[in-house]
Design a protein around this ligand. Sequence first.
Ligand SMILES: [Cu+2]
Length: 137
Amino acid sequence: MAPLGAANPYTLHQSLNYAMSRLLGICLAAVLSLAGLLGWGSTAAAATVEVKMGTDSGLLAFEPSTLTINSGDTVDFVNHKLGPHNVVVEGHSELSHTDLAFTPGESWTQTFSEPGTYSYYCEPHRGAGMVGTITVE
Ligand SMILES: [Cu+2]
């Protein structure tokens, strides 16, 4: 039995434990709300996907030629082989890039904001089958 007037060491220990767990709980809540603000764990974060113009194996094609992305994602069109290439998106001049890319490594990006199916082709090589489809979900 502890003498009157002195703090009971057991009670003091319990209070500290309680304070620490309260503090941890507050910290955890703060981290979780910060994560929410930053969009961690969300699948809606915009991505950038590369499409090569001219395949690794030397074909006149886009690689990949079919692609599914989320609205807000960006496609990075990279002049890879057998240029010149460009991209004409059927019915969407605002998404097209009609300037020809001659230099390997030359690239441009295009963001797709609206869901839909977009057919596109390379003007010089359309007849050779250099066509592609981008589905935006
Ligand atoms: Cu081409």
